[in-house]
Design a binder for this molecule. Structure first.
Ligand SMILES: [Zn+2]
Length: 80
């Protein structure tokens, strides 16, 4: 775990469920580099550019293309 030296201490209030929207703005979609936003109520990250959905695990966005849910996926992960 990184040790904070206290010189530039951000209030990192990751409580496992809440993702700071400002932190999200600093990230980009690894596929299209589009902006991301938190998709509520499901804890998922939605890419505004390509509409992919990335899982949010323990408050940490998993921005891995292989883990993303493509908008035009034939529902292989979502039996309906
Ligand atoms: Zn994207």
């Amino acid at each position: 775990m990184p040790v904070s030296d206290g010189s530039y201490k951000q209030s990192s209030e990751f409580d496992g469920r809440v993702l700071d929207a400002q932190k999200l703005e600093q990230l980009a979609c690894p596929v299209c580099f589009g902006a991301l936003r938190l998709d509520a109520p499901d804890p998922q990250i939605l890419c505004i550019g390509c509409k992919r959905r990335y899982p949010l695990i323990d408050g940490i966005p998993v921005l891995i293309p292989e883990r993303a849910i493509a908008p035009d996926a034939p529902g292989r992960n979502e039996p309906s």
